[in-house]
Write a protein that binds this ligand. Structure first.
Ligand SMILES: [Fe+2]
Ligand SMILES: [Fe+2]
Length: 287
């Protein structure tokens, strides 16, 4: 069996217990996908799941959102922060908790990986603003989960992925190229397979799948994928967390399509650097 098939098999069979989404989190995915779910139902559901709602409220009240004084319940958190953002926080928090113990036992430096993921989430708002487009409702979730394929590799193929990381550093090739060379699949595609399995919407799964492979991205998902690609680059360049990637790369097509200059990219990087405290607060609340 090839390594590509092994990853697919691991996800398909969910033989790694860490990859099974808990029931309460699966229920939130269903609520997020349903056009019938309203804020009252979401608030009621979260309030019935105490540890999850405590974490969501902690994040909603954190300085990231700057509205702690106005939030005294799940309903007010949804009003101030928004339905999709609360869904993203709940899902991100659930996935974080689910993978935390697995990461500890396998020696993965999860805090640094999650700091990078949170940094990308926050940078996506900045990137969308720069592109003068409204922020997609699920952009925070997309940012939080964009590199989850690396955790899949760590959990499903720890020895092989260690070799990929060594190859990436020794040969100075991009991490996704090293993954494709040695495993036959990159972390974007591995994440896509998992997120599809978790029943997440295409608006999350597709940008994650193509964030290092824009050339093959279907047109309807290209814009959001470019926003993710830029945010990923900005967080890496700003040194927010660590994703295992030591070579930040940005596509020239993205630079052109988004009308960016080198000076503008430098300015955006400086703005992302100022988000460090927000990232720390977010991670602290998530933990
Ligand atoms: Fe990535
Ligand atoms: Fe990343």
């Amino acid at each position: 069996m090839s390594t590509r098939e092994k990853v697919a098999d691991c996800i398909r069979s969910m033989d790694s217990a860490m990859l099974i989404l808990p029931m309460d989190i699966s229920r939130i995915v269903l609520m997020a996908r349903s056009h019938d779910t309203n804020a009252v139902e979401l608030a009621r559901f979260l309030s019935d799941h105490r540890s999850l709602s405590d974490r969501v409220l902690k994040i909603a009240k954190s300085p990231c959102y700057g509205s702690s004084g106005d939030i005294d319940s799940m309903s007010s958190a949804i009003i101030h922060i928004g339905f999709h953002e609360i869904v993203a926080i709940a899902l991100g928090s659930g996935v974080f908790t689910m993978l935390a113990s697995a990461g500890k036992s396998s020696g993965i430096e999860q805090d640094r990986i999650w700091k990078h993921a949170i940094g990308v989430s926050l940078a996506m708002k900045l990137a969308a603003k720069n592109a003068r487009t409204p922020v997609d409702g699920f952009s925070m979730l997309t940012g939080l989960l964009h590199d989850i394929g690396k955790l899949v590799f760590h959990l499903c193929l720890p020895r092989e992925y260690h070799e990929v990381l060594q190859h990436h550093q020794a040969e100075a090739v991009s991490l996704h190229s090293a993954e494709r060379q040695l495993l036959g699949i990159d972390h974007g595609e591995a994440a896509y397979r998992l997120l599809m399995r978790w029943n997440l919407p295409d608006s999350v799964c597709m940008p994650v799948r193509y964030h290092h492979n824009l050339i093959q991205c279907p047109f309807e998902h290209l814009h959001q994928t470019m926003i993710l690609h830029l945010a990923d680059y900005l967080a890496l360049r700003a040194g927010i967390g660590y994703s295992g990637n030591i070579i930040p790369e940005i596509s020239t097509e993205v630079i052109t399509a988004m009308g960016l200059s080198k000076t503008r990219v430098d300015e955006l990087t400086e703005q992302v650097k100022t988000m460090r405290d927000q990232v720390e607060d977010f991670l602290e609340a998530l933990s």
